[in-house]
Ligand binder design. Structure first.
Ligand code: GRF
Length: 273
């Protein structure tokens, strides 16, 4: 008899439509994802993802970053972290003007402090960034990636390390790629640079445009993210520390090849009209 798999507790962070969130809600409700979504958090009050959460009876929260951006600058003593030290470690804000960079960082920390409070109050095991259009600082990351654990995941709409940033589908198309892809990875302190967990690819046809490839890629996103959650829940994910400092994720699943084949097969299916 196989051991019952313990359900993970997930906090899902969204900024917009939340179709990945919906795919997770549906999988979870159907018993096809070994996880319960315990909180959904958005950085903007109008994110449709918050509505999706409410409709599914999931606690939904907004940490409105724009309110922090226009708020008074916090005094260093009011921050939960040493700003100098954080600035020396962060790799997301490239602004050369130090006072400006520090001010942005300080405000991000205040917003992230709120995020952390919500996530911890709901005892989330993992944090899933799903269309969350904010970069997170080492303050947030350090809170969840301590003791050798990696607890923050992100889904990116391109085959990393190609096309990091916010426009994965558009950039893939504009480059003239013949294959596009999507990536689920652990979050580290860079932008879209963390260890890759899973990737899936789709063909790009001569008659395509960015919207068509987005639709094709999203269909894969909805498969791959829940699968990664299932691997985590089953303890199927390990790490191999490579020389040079990179971490390689190792997935141990007897059905691994079949799963990858099914993603690729799906990428060739015609779009539903
Ligand atoms: C997805 O394409 C995801 O890869 C990217 O943002 C998009 C979010 O879509 N990070 P949705 O909000 O899940 O519909």
């Amino acid at each position: 008899m196989t051991e019952p798999v313990k359900k993970l507790r997930l906090a899902v962070l969204v900024s917009g439509g939340g179709t990945n969130l919906q795919a997770m809600i549906d999988r979870s409700a159907a018993g096809a994802m070994s996880a319960e979504i315990v909180a959904v958090i958005s950085d903007r009050p109008d994110a449709y993802g918050l509505r999706r959460a409410e409709e599914a009876g999931i606690p939904a929260f907004c940490v409105d970053y724009s309110a922090f951006a226009s708020s008074e600058l916090p005094v260093p003593g009011d921050l939960p972290i040493d700003l100098d030290e954080l600035d020396s470690r962060q790799r997301i804000l490239k602004d050369q003007d130090m006072p400006r960079r520090r001010a942005r960082l300080a405000r991000l920390v205040l917003a992230e402090h709120k995020l952390i409070e919500i996530i911890e109050a709901h005892h989330a095991d993992f944090i899933c960034l799903a269309g969350y259009m904010r970069l997170v600082t080492p303050y947030f990351i350090g809170r969840f990636n301590s003791g050798g654990m990696r607890r923050i995941l992100h889904i990116h709409p391109a085959l990393l390390p190609s096309f990091p940033g916010q426009h994965g589908y558009e950039d893939t198309f504009a480059y003239g790629c013949k294959w596009g892809g999507i990536t689920v990875h652990f979050v580290d302190e860079g932008e879209d640079t963390g260890p890759v967990i899973a990737q899936a690819v789709y063909p790009i046809w001569p008659e395509d445009d960015p919207e068509r490839i987005r639709a094709r890629g999203l269909r894969l996103e909805y498969e791959v993210y829940p699968q990664v959650i299932n691997w985590l829940a089953r303890g199927s994910i390990g790490f191999d520390e490579l020389p040079g400092g990179r971490t390689r994720v190792l997935v141990s699943d007897p059905g691994y090849a079949v799963i990858l084949q099914s993603w690729t097969r799906q990428a060739f299916l015609p779009e539903q009209q």
